[in-house]
Write a protein that binds this ligand. Sequence first.
Ligand code: GAP
Length: 528
Amino acid sequence: MQTVLTIGTVFYFCTMTNQDDQFKRVISHAKEYGYVFQSSEIYDGLSAVYDYAQNGAELKKNIRDYWWKAMVQMHDNIVGIDAAIFMHPTTWKASGHVDAFNDPLIDNKDSKKRYRADVLIEDYCAKIEAKIDKEVEKAAKRFGDAFDKEQFLATNQRVVEYQEKINATLSRMAKSLEKEDLADVKALIEELEIADPLTGSRNWTEVKQFNLMFGTKLGASAENAMDLYLRPETAQGIFVNFLNVQKTGRMKIPFGIAQVGKAFRNEIVARQFIFRMREFEQMEMQFFIKPGTQKEWFEHWKETRMKWHISLGLGTENYRFHDHEKLAHYADAATDIEFKFPFGFKELEGIHSRTDFDLKQHEEYSGKKLQYFDHEMNESYVPYVLETSIGLDRMFLAVFSNSLVEEELDNNTTRTVLKLPAVLAPVKAAVLPLVKKDGLPEIAKQIVDELKWDFNVDYDEKDAVGRRYRRQDANGTPFCITVDHDTLSDNTVTIRHRDTMEQKRVKIEELRDLIKQEVDVKTWLMKM
Ligand code: GAP
């Protein structure tokens, strides 16, 4: 079935699948419950730019805090900084972004639409992967408990052929991009008979490189203005401050510098909601190490970062590593932590062994030494760097899309629940007076006043209590606290758990500890 999806100001024709349905539900739920709005919507929006609404801003802040606590607060050798978005333009010459931060583009001559050539090829492979998933699903049904997925993937003739096709395609693309052989990238698109997803046309131009940085100007008059770039990654703000932080913080290698902040990229394939944005936020950490130790630190950070993800309980089966075949200009090893988004497994976080590339480049371009004196070795060297880099918006989408479920209930009805990890939920509890009279609202408001010192809490008195529960379920609120007539005599309330819908009678003074137990960062990070 053909349908039209509206994402930003762009319309996409696509084949209706369950994945598309789920993704559409995610986008509309995010809007309906005050999580994400299209930027400047009253002017028809700006493609790939989004605003976080009242609940979205809280969820985003909680994800940011969860990352910061795990990376900075819990590591005595990692500190955080907040560098400016504007940086001296030579930064980007030194980092290689001016010359090499490009995407390979291809235009369709009939539709006049522009695409990333590598994304067209990756999407082609994702379709084959979906076929593998279908085969696995069918076989799992057929064999029941006896089904061995690993064995099936290794031995089923059709699946093996699909996988070989994917491997050969991605490997050829990686090699061609590495060699800057753009003619071969186009040849690959033609050989695979990849068509424009909008129109089906295969009338393609040559593949060209396109720089992703946004330029701007600094200065009052046109003659004296300086050309600047909006930073395309936060990492460079850390590199240029490496020695300042090391000296003022008396940091000893190995140590890390973390940062959360905005980054800007003129993305060509600007779709998939907040997955690929033009203005987004990164949470990055550069870990400075002794040259030669990068392999062990690479493994260490792969494992540590994966544990952080798993601690949130979104399901181990939804993560996987994807080692890079094509390495960025600065890396000697790289892997992605991929997450199963509604449109398939995609990059969520990158872990890169960046060698001493960046610091050496900044030494060369600035003429300043960026070296560490190692007292144990009694020598100076340019440290190597291990980077962990995750998109905050992408993490938001991972958490939000994974949490949104439609549940069948025993009484043949359904409920929509946003099962956000309680530690990240924007509102931790809603306090509901059963009726709007008899002094119940006053008690409910007193409870709100008490709890709001520790948690973000909501007061809700409109509609029947059942409807209020549903509203809070869809909003992702982990607890509903109901004040009823018994409260007047025994000071107890009902506390209802969002996920189990279980209700318990508890004393008002027990509420704080009960909620804290389930939403406390410590409880969650201890799972790491
Ligand atoms: N400093 C390394 C670096 O920037 P990257 O793989 O280009 O590496 C790191 O980006 C992370 O930033 C990605 O894994 C992704 O989560 C996020 N990211 C990158 N581009 C993005 C975009 N256009 N929109 C949203 N998130 C993005």
